[in-house]
Design a binder for this molecule. Structure first.
Ligand SMILES: Nc1ncnc2[nH]cnc12
Ligand SMILES: [Zn+2]
Length: 336
């Protein structure tokens, strides 16, 4: 049902997009034992803590600029193949540094892959720098200060991911202030592992234009109204939420309630192979929740409206969405 719809994604962690087969090939290339984290062609984890351990392992087998270029190129070409016109990748220089790759080299490698994918398919992509919450406030602050002194045309935002149950948002507020003053778009993971209070904290102390997940806002009616009034966009990741047991099943997922309450939402895959999903699959899940094509197109429009891109690129992307004859992601004007 959603196969032919144009798509856009604002929330995907780049190492989280690595298919297990690629991780295995990388591990073999570097002589790294992967049996703890990849078995029977699937990632091994049981809960959020072991998911992060598995994610860190996957990141550790990408070691050079070319490794990261190939990863970004492969993921973006896959997205373009299902009619995706825009992607925002969450990238964490801490993962590069952990294997001896400088933050700058990590970004340059990813940028090379983004440019190759754009040349092949026309897909637009920007990078959002992640500070990892579980590495502590000082490390997230260090990352924001680095970002404020860095400049790359494809790096347009700042975010915090990782263990939400560690510390409070206010502890990280100075980092967000620095990134915001430097002109970066701001989003933050909140309301995924922690309840509505975490989203309230994010609005009070960071005032982001978008929130990663944010779905547990549903536990606080006043907060849902506040999000709707502010126009804050929730980057909703349905398959991720079910896999990580934020909600038991699709029927109990609050996407419908949030959308009906006027909260701006869009559809995302988070870490697709970890959660046995893909962006195309998440679009299908949303259709199966009862959203029709017009409603899903409105979510794609919301993603592009909330994207951290220059206005000229945004206008071009919006006009592709609005074109009377749907173009496919290759931009060749043919409906296939
Ligand atoms: N779903 C998620 N929540 C928080 N941090 C993450 N890092 C990668 N995926 C994440
Ligand atoms: Zn995420």
């Amino acid at each position: 049902m959603t196969r032919d719809l144009l798509k856009a994604e604002l929330h995907c962690h780049v190492e989280g997009a690595a298919p297990p087969a690629l991780t295995l090939a990388q591990a073999e290339k570097y002589g790294i034992d992967s049996t703890t984290f990849v078995r029977n062609g699937a990632y091994v984890w049981q809960d959020f803590t072991s998911f992060i351990a598995c994610y860190d392992f996957v990141a550790s087998v990408f070691r050079t600029e070319e490794d990261y270029a190939a990863l970004a190129e492969a993921y973006l070409c896959e997205l373009a193949g299902v009619n995706t016109i825009y992607s925002e990748l969450f990238v964490s220089p801490d993962h590069g540094e952990a294997v001896g790759l400088s933050a700058e080299a990590y970004i340059e490698g990813l940028a090379e892959g983004i440019q190759r994918a754009k040349a092949k398919t026309g897909i637009e992509c920007r990078m959002v720098i992640i500070g990892e919450r579980h590495l502590g406030p000082d490390n997230v602050l260090r990352r924001a200060k680095w970002l404020a002194n860095y400049s790359h045309p494809l790096v347009t935002g700042f975010n915090m991911a990782g263990e939400e149950r560690m510390n409070r948002v206010v502890d990280y507020a100075p980092a967000f202030q620095i990134a915001k003053e430097a002109g970066y778009g701001i989003t933050i993971h909140a309301g995924e592992l922690c309840g509505a209070f975490s989203v309230t904290d994010a609005l009070d102390h960071v005032a982001p234009s978008r929130i990663g997940h944010g779905v547990r806002s549903i536990e606080d009616t006043d907060l849902v109204k506040r999000l709707a009034d502010l126009g804050t966009v929730l980057e909703v990741c349905p398959a991720s939420n079910i896999a990580l047991k934020v909600f038991p099943d699709h029927q109990s997922h609050p996407l419908r309630q949030l959308a009906d309450a006027g909260v701006r939402v869009c559809i995302n895959s988070d870490d697709p192979p970890f959660f046995h999903t893909s962006l195309a699959q998440d679009y299908e899940i949303v259709a199966n929740m009862g959203f029709d094509s017009a409603e899903i197109n409105a979510m794609t429009r919301t993603a592009i409206e909330a994207a951290f891109v220059d206005e000229e690129t945004r206008s071009k992307l919006l006009s592709r969405l609005d074109a009377p004859t749907r173009q496919d992601a290759s931009g060749d004007g043919l409906v296939k």
